[in-house]
Design a binder for this molecule. Structure first.
Ligand code: SF4
Length: 297
């Protein structure tokens, strides 16, 4: 692998730090001091666009300002607050994580990456992001945005996973690691996107791909996700519709499927079964309801 030398790293690092204030996005969880607020934001951001997370994040923290308040609540009340975010398995996992934090960590979000990785729904990226942003641990935060920046600006070639990790670690500055990680995320989100905005990018004069040219190395590089499949007409959309109906009230299958008049009943049946298997919905006699609703009575 041909990679940048330490001088190139230092030059790129300086350029990024100079640009950081202009890259900063006005998002309420950035530089937030409460680890729970950071953890909730990172879980919500896993598969949902940033702009769609702000309002649900504020609503969620209003209801559950601490891990223990979330742990003590019922699953349906957590699922109701997940409205608009999709991928509801994350809500169930976050509820379970809150219970583990209450029961095993004295109600405090742990600060070690290894402990964070034990929480349901928390993978390598989320654990590193919480450790860095909430606890200022010296860890690299490597998501799809950062993966693109590394492949293009530093390597100008697609990276394997171990190469991306060592490059991200080698790039970390001595001080203010959290601020640097945030700047990498901001650069990837605002300029080094799938379709990059190189003409106005503030680090363009230090970017290898921009200077050397060639095929875009980001697609297929480690950490860089593929575009999501179309949402309209997908089972993901139907899962959301079914849960929206169940958030309002328990329903018989007939009521439920007639409320989803546009969807094919056999597909509704399959999607409902998948929600039951995932522990998000349950049967109660002839009715279907949000999982855990019986415990609320
Ligand atoms: S110049 Fe283009 S490819 Fe390089 S970091 Fe900026 S946006 Fe990404």
């Amino acid at each position: 692998m041909t990679t940048s030398g330490s001088n190139d790293y230092a030059t790129f690092r300086r350029a990024l730090r100079r640009a950081a204030p202009t890259l900063r996005r006005p998002l309420p969880w950035i530089a937030h001091r409460d680890p729970w607020a950071v953890l909730v934001a990172e879980v919500m951001l896993q598969q949902t666009q940033t702009s769609r997370v702000v309002e649900p994040w504020e609503r969620f923290l209003d209801h559950f300002p601490t891990p223990t308040s979330c742990a003590n609540a019922s699953l349906p009340s957590v699922l109701r607050l997940w409205e608009g975010l999709g991928y509801h398995r994350r809500a169930k996992a976050l509820h379970e994580a809150a219970r583990m934090i209450r029961d095993e960590f004295g109600g405090e979000v742990p600060s070690d990456v290894e402990d964070l990785r034990r929480l349901p729904g928390v993978g390598e990226y989320t654990a590193s992001a919480v450790a860095s942003f909430a606890f200022h641990r010296r860890v690299a935060v490597l998501d799809t945005n950062v993966g693109r920046v590394l492949a293009r600006a530093l390597a100008n070639q697609a990276l394997r996973s171990n190469e991306a990790v060592s490059m991200a670690l080698a790039l970390l500055p001595r001080n203010d690691v959290a601020g640097f990680n945030q700047a990498m995320l901001d650069l990837g989100a605002q300029f080094c996107r799938s379709r990059p905005l190189c003409a106005t990018c503030p680090v363009a004069t230090h970017c290898r791909w921009n200077l050397e040219g060639g095929v875009d190395p980001a697609p297929g590089s480690a950490g860089v996700s593929r575009p999501q499949s179309t949402f309209a007409g997908s089972n993901r959309q139907l899962r959301g519709w079914i849960l929206d109906e169940l958030r309002q009230s328990a329903k018989s299958k007939r009521q439920l499927f007639s409320a989803l008049a546009e969807a094919d009943p056999s597909r509704c049946e399959l999607v409902l079964e998948s929600l039951i298997r995932d522990g998000l919905a349950e049967r109660r006699g002839r009715m279907v309801q949000l999982a855990g609703s019986s415990d609320e009575r």
